[in-house]
Design a protein around this ligand. Structure first.
Ligand code: SIN
Length: 358
């Protein structure tokens, strides 16, 4: 049928076309799908402005990316593995943690060796003394953050864990950051009375790359503020498995964790799957979490939260400012062993020493 024939006939399309073309009286719009109402038969798609850089978005008038909150994207059973890595593997040498000096006195045993039997055996109420694992406050990976100078040093680095680098690569790629490179990690270990002071993560030399944050275990309240402390923050709940990406305009916003809390359904992970997840295979980067290991992790998480932040330190082609090698070495080493006292309050304050006081 020719186009002109269609124009003249009253086919279904034309009927509707005429209905909505009419201005006087205007058509009833109640049958028109409204995607914003959330009740439409069709799914609306979010504009993924994060798939382009803030700069490119800004050039054509789109809103900048800012802050991304990803509700637990982990497959069942896979959070367990990351928790196990945080407790069993990442605190080991060559990574750096607040208990290093203590551990060097106990030759040949690591935190896990030292604590797992005690953690597995008894409920926290019956244990009078905390295990070393429960005294762990922070671990640094890759370029080791120096809590004294609030800097990173070229000389003070160890290989970034391959599995966590790959997780970070996948998440950042999915969020539209193909150039992200995991170069430094700070793992924070919280208990029910811990908090994290108001701060901005600005020590990295590259603020153009996002900061990735992964949370496991008990829930927390996260406060996201503005570029100055005069801006009232937005409170949000962060549960186990949730991921935050602070990028673009949100990369240098003030933030803090004022509270860890037992939130119904928020922080309790189901028992470890006895059957490994189906997509396990020779290519899996992290091994399944053995049931015996999970018992320890579960006991730990009853009253704890773990947060891993992953950062890129150097911009593409960038380097550390030239400093006298001796000064660098001295400064790099100074940020260590002092986080070793057993006094809980002092340790917690020191562990979060880079966070400003409230
Ligand atoms: C968090 O624990 O959720 C935040 C960690 C950080 O800001 O360094």
């Amino acid at each position: 049928m020719s186009a002109s024939a269609l124009e003249q006939g009253e086919d279904a399309f034309r009927k509707i076309f005429r209905l909505y073309r009419k201005k006087n009286p205007p058509a009833d719009l109640s049958g028109v799908l409204e995607f914003r109402s959330g009740e439409s038969r069709l799914r609306s798609a979010e504009l993924r402005v994060n798939a382009v850089s803030d700069q490119d978005a800004g050039r054509v008038g789109l809103q900048p990316l800012g802050f991304l909150f990803i509700v637990n994207p982990f497959l069942p059973g896979w959070q367990h593995r990351w928790v196990r890595q945080c407790l069993k593997l990442y605190p080991r040498k060559p990574n750096v943690c607040n208990l290093d000096l203590h551990m060097s006195l106990e030759s040949g045993r690591d935190l896990w060796d030292h604590s797992h039997a005690q953690l597995r055996k008894k409920s926290p109420r019956r244990r009078s003394e905390k295990t070393l694992l429960e005294k762990l406050r922070w671990v640094t990976l890759g370029f080791h953050y120096n809590w004294d100078t609030k800097k990173y040093y070229r000389e003070h680095q160890s290989p970034f864990p391959v599995d966590l680098a790959e997780l970070s690569r996948c998440v950042s790629l999915a969020c539209g950051f193909p150039n992200f490179r995991a170069e430094a990690g700070i793992l924070n270990y919280y208990h029910m009375d811990s908090s994290l002071g108001i701060h901005v993560d600005e020590s990295e030399l590259d603020h153009g790359s996002p900061l990735l944050s992964f949370s496991f275990g008990q829930s927390s309240i996260f406060l996201l503020g503005g570029l100055s402390r005069d801006v009232a923050p937005t409170p949000m709940l962060m549960h186990s498995g949730d991921i935050m990406v602070m990028s673009g305009a949100s990369r240098l916003l003030y933030h803090a964790v004022p509270r860890i809390l037992h939130y119904p359904g928020g922080g309790v992970l189901p028992p470890c799957l006895s059957v490994p997840p189906s997509n396990d295979g020779p290519n899996a980067l992290i091994e399944p979490c053995a049931a015996a290991d999970w018992e320890v992790c579960q006991a730990y998480l009853q009253s704890s939260r773990i947060n891993m932040t992953v950062r890129r330190v150097l911009a593409e082609g960038g380097s550390f400012p030239e400093e006298d090698a001796d000064t660098q070495h001295e400064a790099a080493m100074r940020g260590h062993g002092y986080h070793t006292e057993n006094n809980e309050t002092q340790e917690a304050t020191q562990a979060h020493g880079y966070h400003r006081e409230q």
